[in-house]
Write a protein that binds this ligand. Structure first.
Ligand SMILES: *Cc1c(COP(=O)(O)O)cnc(C)c1O
Length: 393
């Protein structure tokens, strides 16, 4: 009897509580304190890592069981994501790709998916191959063209509109509210891959989206040292279905990875604020440069979607931008000549990155071959501009 009571006590002691209800404070306050987390066993302000794979079964108590199923009440990261994106439930995964695979597994064979045509090229390939293997019909459409979307939707058959906010590498913005209306009329759900937007700039569920996908590998973690993914869903019924699939696939986020991710998440607001302000300054500087004929940044008043971006975004316009120069050779010369900007792919870490995007994407790319993509990090923006000035002279 003594033993059993101790077990119960130990089990309770592993529960962390979050005192702040989701986002009843500003996002800066919410993430900096991880929702006011306290370890109820030690009183620690830093969450403990619980590495146990299996858990003792106590007669009369609900089983916690085996770690592959994930945390019964949702992990701290998952509860943070519910607060950040304002959904009914959130699930953590080992990568953005595994989050996407889990979602695709929820659809019945023969379902039709309308996918952003001009989105992140590698992910588009992953989604199309996975969908084909599952007998799903994928149709790629420019989701900024709402007439084309309306035409592509097949009421009763289209299960999902899969959008990206904003699209990579031209940072075009689909109109989330408009897409969700079109989807609703056709009985179709709307997913927004908001990896590049982050909840700091946009909470798509508030604009009518049903599902938000994040590659937490990028800004949510923010330090380029782990892969992780998240799905946030407006419909609570989707949670059990996705947990069952994640358990079968074995793609739940591990405790140590999640702990690192939470450490990164604490500084999300301050990182986004800095990177986004620097991106704006760099976009303005590039727009005035004689070698540049186009700057893709939704925060520039001349951008065709500036008004929509201002409506859908808050606190700036994000840390990703692209620009075009005279030709492919010139683009290659510039990307080879920077020293503060590191020549590398990916985004969302502390260091700024530059890439000649068509080269990264390779054959079959829709990206113009004179386009240079920048991921803005946390360096002093004056150093970043000076680096570009030298590389472009
Ligand atoms: C990186 C990325 C993904 C894929 O996520 P992983 O964590 O690399 O699996 C999906 N969507 C976008 C927009 C991304 O940038």
């Amino acid at each position: 009897m003594q033993n059993r009571d101790n077990n119960v006590k130990d089990r309770q002691s592993t529960i962390l509580y979050v005192s702040m209800s989701p986002m009843d404070k500003n996002i800066d306050t919410f993430v900096a304190s991880l929702g006011g987390v306290t370890d109820s066993h030690t009183g620690g302000l830093v969450p403990a890592v619980h590495m146990g794979v299996t858990h003792v079964l106590i007669p009369g108590e609900a089983a916690i069981g085996y770690a592959r199923g994930g945390a019964v009440e949702g992990s701290l990261f998952e509860r943070m994501m519910v607060g950040l994106d304002g959904g009914a439930a959130a699930l953590g995964f080992v990568s953005g790709a595994s989050a996407a695979q889990a979602l695709l597994a929820t659809f019945a064979k023969g379902s039709h998916i309308v996918l952003e045509e001009r989105g992140y090229y590698e992910f588009r390939g992953i989604l199309m191959r996975a969908a084909e293997a599952r007998g799903l019909a994928v149709e790629t459409v420019d989701l900024c063209d709402t007439e084309a979307v309306a035409k592509a939707l097949r009421p009763g058959q289209t299960a999902l509109i899969w959008s990206e906010l904003p699209t990579n590498p031209e940072w075009r913005m689909p109109d989330i509210r408009r897409l969700s209306e079109l989807g609703r009329n056709a009985g179709t759900r709307l997913l927004v891959d908001a990896t590049a937007a982050t909840p700091y700039h946009c909470r798509p569920i508030e604009h009518g989206a049903d599902i938000v996908l994040h590659s937490a590998t990028k800004y949510l973690n923010g330090h380029g040292d782990l892969t992780a993914g998240a799905l946030v869903v407006a419909d609570p019924n989707l949670r059990e279905k996705l947990i069952a699939i994640r358990t079968e696939n074995g793609t739940v986020l591990s405790p140590m990875q999640e702990w690192l991710l939470l450490r990164g998440l604490r500084t999300l607001a301050v990182r986004m604020q800095r990177a986004s302000a620097s991106a704006m300054a760099i976009a303005e500087w590039l727009a005035a440069h004689q070698r540049v004929h186009t700057v893709h940044y939704p925060g520039l008043p001349g951008h065709p979607q500036f008004e929509l971006a201002s409506r859908q975004y808050g606190r700036g316009f994000g840390a990703m931008l692209s620009f075009r120069v005279s030709d492919s050779t010139c683009a290659a010369k510039i990307t080879n000549a920077t020293t503060v900007f590191r020549q590398s792919t990916s985004l969302g870490s502390t260091e700024s990155l530059i890439e000649h995007r068509a080269m990264t994407e390779g054959e079959g790319t829709l990206c113009p071959d004179d386009l240079i993509r920048l991921s803005i990090g946390l360096e002093d923006p004056r150093d970043l501009i000076e680096d570009l000035r030298r590389a472009m002279s």
